[in-house]
Design a protein around this ligand. Structure first.
Ligand code: ADP
Ligand code: ZN
Ligand code: ZN
Length: 746
């Protein structure tokens, strides 16, 4: 729908500006040009410029997509844009096409997609200020001043002479030439000079410190990638943990910088940034811009601008950085490409990995996806020949891969979830001055508070979920909506004081460990204990000093960190991973366990991995023992072929979110019956069904799942469903959304 309308710039009697306006509406809006623009200025308008426009009762920032001779809207209804905000577009045509593609592919309102390209200050209509030093230049009046006009004021004349030869000079240069700020103010007062920004000189060519001599596998991958560096190509670098993928990224980036181009590097989580950043800073003497959600607006703006004007040679960021404008991109790297955090789960539901591949295609630059545990999506693309597949099977620093064991904990006493055998293994590791990593993917003390006398359970009043006990903070907390209540000491139903906790969280394991191993150093790593990015950076530094200790943590610990001193990994509750309602459950388990295991034995010492389970014979666990990730992935992909599930089949979910459970279900049922006949054969509709967690934060969620045999059929179905949904009489309080390529069936 948008495809055809995006870029045409047509001259004509009338000029209609077509804008993307941030709003929930999946359409563009037409305006008349600002009254201040003459015909020449209107002819000079370019897609990507911002304008301030009236919208409803407010004024908002709109993004110009084209100028047209006619509008479908009645001429009388057209409003005039208030003001042109940019002299020239701040984003280039490639990035605009990427936004266009994303709006079409994800069926998301174009104004909200466009907005994702800009930092807050510019979204809010603020002025664009080029980075650079403050300086001065001659005004037109100053340029026209006859020579000798200021002969009575030699200092002022000197300043003008300097600006005449330099066209503009920085405050520092003027200062060095002995021209005081007072003289400059006088000249400004006379209307002869004006302040300006002096662009930072194109940053000195990035200097790269030499990296390692690549081993045979790494060298082979790098050569194959370099051989294809003309234009777009997509590479899946599958390398076991510690095989030197990052080293491959660094050397690929080095060649990109040597060509004078920029590299964009996406990483999954902010917790990873300090280490990754440090590695990049050690290797490259150049400006590295870092973009993530934790930045203050001003910092974010500066990093964005450095990426845009090219003064940053490397841009590292999380998900949303995929939309950062770049002066001259030459390489896009997506580290840990399988990571679920690349998928935005609300609002504009894009997958940054997929957007990165599309961006590479539009830009004509290579894209490198790396992971020890690639997603089935990427493996499927590699097998189909769409991506080149490079594999690193050996660890780079000659460390052996760890040995994995399943520990049958049935009938064994558990203290804080820990069996004696695991505790013994922990003791032995600590005694030989090594570090231990214990993994439990649940924070808090216990996931359930139960009355032993009447069976009452503490539940969230707004969600279909139990409240988690946090002992340290004396709270009951809902991990879904964030609601907190004070920890109870008596049952609200029968007033009994026999309240007991069931289930296990990291806080409880920590206190058990402190009793069992009072002399050990225990570091708990979860989002409760790690407040702020500094905390994680300090912790990683502390761990890497190598003192024996126990790291006890959630997922946070398992992502990409290098802990060379860790020789033992214990998965306290492997069972928690076994029974998932999601079709990706087994894939996630294999990825998680492989990633956790990968933390062990990274430097010299062979590692050991112990998985505690009550279901030692479960096929998922047996696979972990007998197959490597790549073999497991092959098996899972075969299952997906048989079931027609993604990545072989294609999926979307329409979700509703309502104060009244019936409203959402009725809406989806009406949508289904209104659309069904218009869908291609082979499209399968499932639902409407309540979401696995129906009520969350006080709202009822319902979903309609759509499966299709191909991308084209799915996109067609999405088009039909969205068009119908927009036509159905919207009910009060109803919110609906479409999720293309959903990651979670929640
Ligand atoms: P990955 O990103 O695959 O986990 P890294 O690139 O972090 O792997 O490499 C793992 C370890 O091996 C790091 O300590 C790294 O410095 C080292 N390393 C990587 N490549 C080489 C190489 N070619 N020679 C020697 N050591 C290497
Ligand atoms: Zn009770
Ligand atoms: Zn809740």
């Amino acid at each position: 729908m948008l495809q055809s309308t995006f870029f045409e710039v047509i001259g004509g009697a009338m000029s209609i500006l077509r804008l993307a306006i941030p709003s929930p509406l999946r359409r563009l809006f037409d305006y008349l040009p600002p009254a201040s623009l003459d015909a020449a200025a209107i002819a000079a308008l370019r897609p990507g410029q911002r304008l301030r426009v009236p919208f409803g009762r407010r004024e908002v920032t709109g993004y110009l997509l084209g100028v047209f001779a006619t509008s479908e809207a009645p001429a009388a209804s057209l409003k005039r844009a208030t003001e042109l905000l940019d002299d020239e577009p701040l984003i280039d045509a490639t990035l605009l096409s990427l936004a266009q593609w994303a709006a079409d592919y994800y069926h998301h309102p174009p104004g909200e997609v466009l907005q994702a390209l800009f930092p807050k200050r510019l979204r809010d209509g603020g002025p664009h200020e080029a980075a650079g030093q403050r300086g001065w230049r001659l005004t037109t009046h100053g340029k026209g001043l006859p020579a000798g006009a200021l002969s009575r004021a030699p200092k002022q004349a000197g300043a003008l002479d300097l600006l005449r030869t330099e066209s503009a000079a920085s405050a520092n240069t003027l200062d060095a030439a002995g021209i005081s700020p007072g003289i400059l103010r006088t000249l400004q007062g006379k209307g002869l000079i004006e302040p300006c920004k002096i662009a930072t000189p194109a940053s000195a060519p990035a200097h790269c410190h030499p990296g390692y001599t690549l081993n045979a596998e790494q060298a082979c991958a790098v050569q194959a990638m370099l051989a294809e560096q003309q234009g777009f190509s997509c590479h899946l670098l599958e390398g076991v943990t510690g095989s030197g993928k990052t080293e491959v990224y660094l050397q690929m980036i080095a060649t990109c910088l040597q060509r004078g181009q920029q590299a964009l590097v996406l990483i999954p989580e902010i917790g990873l940034t300090p280490q990754t950043l440090e590695r990049f800073e050690k290797r490259f003497a150049c400006h590295i811009a870092v973009l993530h959600s934790g930045l203050a607006n001003a910092q974010r703006y500066r990093a964005w601008e450095a990426a845009r004007d090219g003064s940053a040679s490397i841009v590292i960021g999380t998900r949303s950085a995929v939309f950062t404008p770049l002066h001259d991109p030459g390489l896009i790297v997506v580290d840990e490409e399988h990571d679920a955090s690349y998928k935005q789960q609300d609002g504009f539901r894009y997958n940054a990995r997929d957007v990165a591949v599309k961006r590479g295609q539009l830009t004509g630059c290579p894209v490198l996806l790396g992971s020890a545990t690639p997603s089935l999506e990427s493996l499927h693309n590699a097998l189909a020949g769409r991506y080149r597949h490079h594999r690193l099977l050996r660890r780079a620093a000659e460390a052996a891969l760890p040995a994995i064991e399943v520990l049958d904990v049935r009938k064994r006493p558990l203290r804080g979830g820990l069996s004696d055998s695991l505790v013994d293994a922990v003791k032995a590791s600590l005694a030989s001055s090594q570090q231990v990593l214990l993994f439990l993917n649940r924070r808090g003390y216990a996931p359930t508070l139960l009355c032993h006398d009447c069976g009452w359970v503490a539940e969230c009043s707004a969600c279909d979920a139990r409240l988690t006990v946090h002992r340290g903070k004396r709270l009951l907390r809902c991990h879904h909506c964030g609601a907190t209540n004070p920890l109870l000491h008596a049952c609200p139903q029968c007033q009994s004081r026999q309240l007991v906790t069931t289930g296990l969280g990291t806080e409880q394991v920590e206190s058990a460990l402190r009793e069992l191993l009072p002399a050990a150093r225990i570091l708990r790593v979860d989002s409760d204990s790690m407040q702020g990015r500094e905390a994680m950076a300090r912790l990683v530094e502390d761990i890497n000093r190598g003192e024996p200790c126990i790291l006890l943590g959630t997922q946070m610990l398992t992502k990409g960190h290098h802990f060379p001193g860790v020789s033992l990994v214990g998965v306290i509750d492997a069972d928690a991973l076994l029974f998932s309602a999601d079709f990706r459950g087994e894939e996630r388990m294999a990825q998680l366990l492989t990633q956790v295991s990968g933390r062990a034995g990274r430097a010299g010492t062979a590692g050991r991995v112990i998985l505690q389970s009550h279901y030692p014979d479960h096929p998922g666990l047996q696979s972990m023992l007998h197959l490597n990730y790549s073999e497991q992935a092959q098996q899972l992909l075969q299952q997906r072929r048989e079931s027609g599930m993604p990545p072989v089949g294609q999926m979307l979910i329409l979700r509703t979110d309502c104060a009244d459970a019936r409203v959402g279900e009725d809406f989806l049922a009406a949508l289904r019956s209104a659309s069904e006949t218009a869908l291609s054969p082979g499209t399968t509709l499932i639902g409407p069904l309540p979401s696995p967690m129906q009520r969350r934060a006080g709202r009822f969620r319902c979903q309609l799942l759509v499966l299709a045999p191909s991308r084209g059929v799915l996109q067609a179905a999405a088009g039909v469903l969205v068009a119908q949904a927009e036509q159905l009489p919207a009910r009060k309080g109803l919110r609906w959304s479409i999720d293309i390529d959903p990651q979670d069936l929640f």
